[in-house]
Design a protein around this ligand. Sequence first.
Ligand code: HEC
Ligand code: HEC
Length: 279
Amino acid sequence: MDSPDSRTARRSRRPRGKLRRRLRGGLTLGIGLLSAGVLYTMLVPQPQVVTAQDTLLAQGRQLYNNTCISCHGENLQGVHNRGPSLIGVGEAAVHFQVSTGRMPLARQEAQALRKPPLPEFDPDTARGRKNLRALSAYVHAHGGGPEMPPQSGTALIGEDTARGGLLFRLNCASCHNFTGRGGALTAGKYAPILNPATPDQLYAAMLTGPQAMPTFGDRQLTPEEKEDIIAYVLSVRDQKNTPGGYNLGEIGPAAEGAVAWLVGVVALVAIALWLGART
Ligand code: HEC
Ligand code: HEC
């Protein structure tokens, strides 16, 4: 038989034991749920959020695979005897090469020629601009490189045309002639006439220096200086610099001298003949 003491002790212990067991159960459940939650977030992959950038890159990849992969390779690493690697050439190079129709290349020559761009890459159409953006973004995602400026079109035309002219004569005229008429270089290459180039293409050409042309990074020519050069090129090709009338093709003093000489000699001979006939 129990002593009254031990009986009261047991009675009072029992509810406390129940409470502790309940608490322990609750705690285990809590910990279990918590770790299940942690495990779940750790093991289940993040849901794929498709961003606008992903869509753009996917479009660019598609365009690349359709038109460029045969010469520049599956991973843009280049293909021997067909095309160079495009890793690190940057979006500006793609914009320049594709919007001027140089790429996709039709056949191997001393120099990739400007030709009408593929319709799907025509910068004059909304679709062409969108495709150019996608293709450029895809190539740019492989190693970065020179970037197009944030603004485009007329926003790239600077204000100081005179400074642009000075910078053009210093940096560009040796190859492209004083008014952007172009000229021959060595080994069958030539610096093309700049008339067809858009402000974006002028900017991209300076940034990327295609083929024999030097690269004019932002340390060689600041963005503002590039824009002034663009203003100058556009102003001379709009024939604003021909106060004397006919521009003789603007190919320089030799041509102008030859014309002056020929006209002068013909006039002198004519006068001499006329005088001779009178006497
Ligand atoms: C038939 C082959 C061929 C195809 C197709 C082609 N390319 Fe090229 N690409 C070349 C060759 C060859 C060069 C280098 C010679 C040159 O610059 O004239 C080149 C040069 C380039 C450059 C300049 C690289 C640099 O170092 O500055 C870019 C950018 C470029 N290609 C992009 C493209 C893109 C984008 C496409 C698809 C729209 C494309 N190419 C399609 C052959 C090709
Ligand atoms: C050393 C000679 C040289 C110098 C200096 C030079 N370029 Fe060029 N430029 C070239 C050559 C060569 C090409 C043709 C590249 C090609 O077809 O891939 C070219 C192409 C271009 C084009 C592309 C025209 C087209 O047909 O679409 C533009 C625009 C251009 N240059 C602007 C400039 C400007 C602006 C400067 C001065 C800041 C300059 N270049 C300085 C040699 C030169």
